[in-house]
Design a protein around this ligand. Structure first.
Ligand code: NDP
Length: 446
């Protein structure tokens, strides 16, 4: 008899979902978490980031308000107020996650757990626990390169806790976090420079959409240094940073944020000792049923380094628990996963980019709508949105939708249903426009 039917290591989005559903199916479940319940997304990722994005949007909205007749005097931004309100909201959500687990009868150990065998773990306090199945849901951590002075740099873990806003911030990387925080800091008044090792931002997104973000960002005043690398970071006596670079001039900054990808949290967990095979990036290798090469050990979410997105980890956790404890044969469908970058303006995409579609399908039709949103016109904001449909010439199926502009993630979630359902361009054409809206462009492209 084992102590538990399921022992989950890591109480992030995926681990919590798996634990809750397994318990709802009648399993005896425990979760170990060494930091805070909720994981990266809730504690130091998607949720606090999105709240900062909302906060940052006020800068443009308040500016634009004048053309809509509002006379707003003494407009000032107070970072500690926003920071503390966001952190309080994170505390509230952590409480809800904890409640969800306890309401389902899940035992929570708030300490580190490491594997001691295929069916056993040891807690940091020394207690040994046995379980029929063990689920690794430990997520990933920011990749921090081994350069001199890296200890002076921030990662996305600390960026939410700043005492004050930096006047000059340099961001390493050209991906999600770099572009999202460039927008946030810029709106709050910091001078922002993005430094990337190549000249491509947001690799994987549609090229035209990425180019539009780059143009808009440059027009707003965000600076870019491409094909550049950090040699050394030095802290001066006044607290400022000297960044020695290769590929561009040295830079001065008050803060430097590294956003150069994430590393699976698979080391020091006793995985190798338990016989679990790890991949080249240190990720836990699993089959389509989230099972490692050790039959009793499973893994989901970022630690498996497949699709590093919260809703995917949640689906993997749900499918694992349904399969293993609910007798429901469920697997995760990784096709047509919508994603978004909460930059200023945000962008979003689902399905094949134009380039991917041309490579895969050969003949494709591409429809674009390049327009200035009505609100921007009245506000005098010269910022254009771009929507794009990628259609398979042979079948008329819409295989990709890509957008940049206000609220594009909100619109794309709905549009993703059409791609998932393999709707045709003719179905878009047959849908009456909802006027006046930005989304109507999706059914008006000729
Ligand atoms: P990304 O993978 O988005 O971007 C990494 C960037 O860093 C790229 O520009 C890449 O350059 C560069 N890079 C990669 N490795 C190195 C290295 N060794 N040295 C220097 N530069 C390097 O990572 P992020 O850190 O921005 O985000 C991590 C993950 O978190 C994302 O992949 C995403 O899955 C998730 N996330 C999702 C969000 C969302 O859904 N809105 C928001 C934030 C994070 P290049 O491409 O030119 O090679």
């Amino acid at each position: 008899m084992s102590d538990f039917d399921l022992f989950v290591i890591g109480a992030g989005s995926g681990g919590v979902r798996a634990a809750r559903i397994a318990a709802a199916h009648g399993a005896k479940v425990a979760v170990a978490e060494e930091y805070r319940i909720g994981g990266t997304c809730v504690i130091r990722g998607c949720v606090p980031k999105k709240l900062l994005v909302y906060g940052a949007h006020f800068a443009e909205d308040l500016n634009d308000a004048a053309m809509f007749g509002w006379d707003i005097k003494q407009c000032q931004f107070d970072w500690p107020v926003l920071r503390d309100n966001v952190l309080a909201e994170v505390d509230r959500l952590e409480g809800l996650y904890r409640q969800t687990l306890t309401n389902h009868g899940v035992t929570i150990f708030e300490e580190r757990a490491v594997l001691t065998g295929p069916k056993s773990v040891r807690l940091a306090s020394g207690r040994e626990i046995s379980a029929d199945r063990i689920l690794i849901a430990t997520g990933a951590r920011p990749h921090m390169p081994a350069i001199d002075g890296i200890e002076h740099a921030l990662s996305s873990n600390e960026v939410f806790l700043l005492d004050q806003l930096p006047k000059r911030v340099v961001i390493a990387g050209g991906g999600y976090i770099a572009n999202e925080f460039a927008g946030i800091f810029h709106q709050f008044g910091s001078q922002v420079t993005i430094v990337n090792r190549t000249d491509v931002i947001l690799r994987g997104y549609d090229e035209q959409i990425r180019d539009r973000l780059l143009q808009i960002s440059i027009t707003k005043g965000i600076q870019f240094r491409f094909n550049a690398a950090f040699d050394r970071i030095e802290k001066r006596e006044d607290g400022s940073l000297k960044l020695s670079m290769t590929g561009c001039d040295d830079l001065d900054a008050d803060a430097v944020l590294f956003a150069t990808g994430r590393v699976p949290n698979a080391q020091g967990l006793g995985l190798e000792e338990a016989g679990v095979t790890l991949g080249d990036n240190g990720q836990v290798k699993v089959n389509e049923r989230a099972q490692t090469n050790v039959p009793s050990i499973f893994a989901i979410g970022d630690v498996t380094d497949r699709v590093q997105l919260t809703p995917v980890a949640i689906r993997e956790g749900q499918a694992f628990a349904d399969r293993e404890f609910g007798n429901i044969d469920r697997t995760v469908d990784y096709s047509a996963i919508p994603s978004a970058v909460f930059s200023h303006p945000p962008l979003a995409g689902v399905g094949l980019t134009e380039g991917q579609a041309r490579n895969k399908l050969g003949s494709v039709r591409v429809y674009t709508s390049d327009f200035r949103p009505m609100k921007n016109v009245l506000a005098g904001r010269n910022e254009r949105s771009l929507y794009k449909l990628v259609v398979d010439e042979a079948t008329d199926e819409v295989v990709g939708i890509h957008m940049i502009g206000p609220d594009s993630p909100e619109l794309l979630q709905v549009a993703a249903v059409a791609v998932k359902a393999k709707l045709k361009k003719a179905d878009f054409d047959a849908t009456v426009a909802l006027h006046p809206s930005m989304a109507e462009e999706l059914v008006l492209m000729k």
